[in-house]
Design a protein around this ligand. Structure first.
Ligand SMILES: Cc1cc2nc3c(=O)[nH]c(=O)nc-3n(C[C@H](O)[C@H](O)[C@H](O)COP(=O)(O)OP(=O)(O)OC[C@H]3O[C@@H](n4cnc5c(N)ncnc54)[C@H](O)[C@@H]3O)c2cc1C
Length: 466
């Protein structure tokens, strides 16, 4: 029930959505058919294009995928012709106020946009090339993917730091596309991902063929999934180093270990014989930079081991984009995540908070329970759209719950992967490559879930050759 854009901007009550990715765009899609004509959606994103995280790691490695992971973000693609709703992109929200947001660039003659309700769906950030740089145009983003494909092709020894979802997936992509490279995956935990039960050496993991275990809450990850991913790593020739961390050097330029600063030399001597022998041979220490290295460098681990690499991939370090909340009210943060109540409204521990039930936070940036995956972002978005409508109609708000089904699947190249699905109180099913490949399909839902979320006037497609 939308009306044509005949009114002045002031005639509308704005629903400002910050972030036009999975959570923000889904909120808009659920609001559009139901909003009364006096309300309009302003969907804001810092980037001028939408990108599909679900296949980006393939695009980082495999040529031909770089032009299948992004779509220009325009009003015409997102909203129907004649609708009052608008996309404002690229434009970054710099500041949050009690009833308005401040933009980097003016919109309708002002950088300040008043709102009736605001939805923060700003997600999380990761280093290049896992995510586009903030200021990149779509062309620059595509070019950065081509560059990473070329660099990975040239590398002989790849080290992936972090065996969470991103680290495991990129290691699998590289190993299956370039089977002759030496691959090493380093992870701080006892098993890949974040197994619920510490995988004490005295308690070996259950094998995948064993029956479902019961879980009454959604666990970070099932230990059997760690085991299955480890098995695939072995099959793909990926060396996995667990319970260890890479030491980030404090010097920036690549330095031979013999030229390390005093404090770094101290550290090297503390690490024991491995690094001491590296020092004697004049090997080159890793300088902390990611991507293709100018030569073979040595990463030092907390255990004292050193690992050789000429390509270093940052598979960890995801940070919630919660700065706009932190700036106005640190009490509204829970760790780095935006603290939300049972309705996904921002709540604060500060007595003088600006948050008074008018702002929602959803998706990867919020503190709601559950895995930080697309399913959670979509689910939170649908709940929030329903509750905004409830508020407009003066109805009681509905509470957020995880739902009875949650899970994740991790591809490791086109033909391998593993995942888990938790069926409420019934328990968790862990599956391997056959089901992962079958569930994700060859395009990992690009047409249905990425292209398909664009409901605007301007139609388009992403073509696949297979
Ligand atoms: C490499 C990778 C692979 C993944 N694979 C899977 C998978 O296979 N399956 C799965 O279910 N999940 C996967 N995920 C997780 C999934 O992508 C996230 O859970 C999901 O994208 C979260 O959606 P979101 O909308 O909350 O945040 P995001 O997708 O992070 O989007 C946030 C948006 O907010 C914008 N933004 C941020 N700050 C501002 C600001 N101040 N002003 C304006 N705009 C702003 C950003 O530009 C961005 O578009 C993966 C994630 C990554 C990084």
């Amino acid at each position: 029930m939308t009306t044509a854009l005949t009114s002045t901007p002031e005639a509308y009550q704005n629903i400002v959505i910050i972030g036009a990715s999975i959570a923000g765009h889904e909120t808009a899609n659920h609001l559009v058919p139901n909003l009364p004509g006096t309300y309009r959606i302003l969907l804001i994103d810092a980037r001028g294009f939408a990108w599909w995280p679900i296949t980006i790691l393939r695009a980082v490695v495999v040529p031909g995928w770089e032009d299948k992971v992004s779509i220009p973000l325009t009003t015409e693609r997102v909203f129907k012709k004649g609708s009052p709703h608008q996309v404002i992109a690229p434009n970054k929200v710099l500041q949050l106020k009690a009833d308005s947001v401040i933009l980097e660039k003016p919109f309708e003659g002002s950088t300040e946009i008043p709102f009736f309700r605001c939805v923060i769906a700003t997600g999380a950030s990761q280093e290049l090339p896992t995510m586009p740089a903030w200021d990149d145009s779509e062309d620059q983003f595509v070019e950065s993917l081509r560059r990473s494909q070329r660099d990975i092709e040239r590398a002989t020894k790849v080290v992936v730091i972090g065996g969470g979802a991103v680290g495991v997936e990129i290691a699998g992509e590289i190993a299956s596309h370039h089977p002759n490279k030496k691959m090493t995956l380093i992870h701080k935990d006892y098993g890949l991902l974040q197994p619920t039960v510490p995988l004490a050496k005295s308690e070996p993991l259950k094998t995948i063929s064993e029956k479902v275990i019961h879980s009454y809450s959604s666990p970070p990850t099932d230990p059997r999934l760690s085991l299955e991913l480890q098995r695939i790593c072995d099959e793909l020739g990926i060396e996995v180093i667990l319970s260890d961390r890479v030491i980030m050097p404090s010097s920036s330029p690549t330095t031979p270990i013999s030229e390390l600063s005093e404090s770094q030399s101290e550290l090297a001597s503390e690490l024991g014989s491995t690094s001491a022998s590296a020092l004697q041979k004049g090997k080159v220490a890793w300088d902390g930079s990611f991507g293709l290295q100018p030569q073979i460098v040595h990463l030092t681990l907390e255990s004292g081991k050193t690992v050789e690499a000429d390509y270093v991939y940052p598979g960890c370090g995801m940070r919630p984009n919660s700065q706009i909340v932190k700036n106005v009210d640190p009490g509204a943060l829970d760790g780095g995540l935006i603290r939300v109540d049972k309705h996904l409204k921002v709540q604060s521990t500060s007595p003088d908070s600006i948050f008074a039930s008018q702002v929602y936070a959803i998706g990867d940036v919020c503190s709601c329970p559950g895995l930080k995956i697309a399913h959670g972002a979509l689910w939170g978005a649908q709940k929030t759209a329903t509750n905004i409508m409830n508020e407009i109609k003066g109805k009681v708000l509905s509470e957020y719950s995880l739902g009875w089904l949650s899970g994740l699947s991790l591809p490791m190249g086109m033909n391998e992967g593993a995942g888990m699905i938790t069926f409420g109180w019934l328990g968790t099913w862990v599956f391997g490559s056959k089901w992962t490949v079958r569930m994700r399909g060859k395009t990992s839902g690009t047409e249905r879930h990425f292209v398909g979320r664009f409901k605007g006037e301007q139609e388009f497609e992403i073509k696949f050759d297979f």
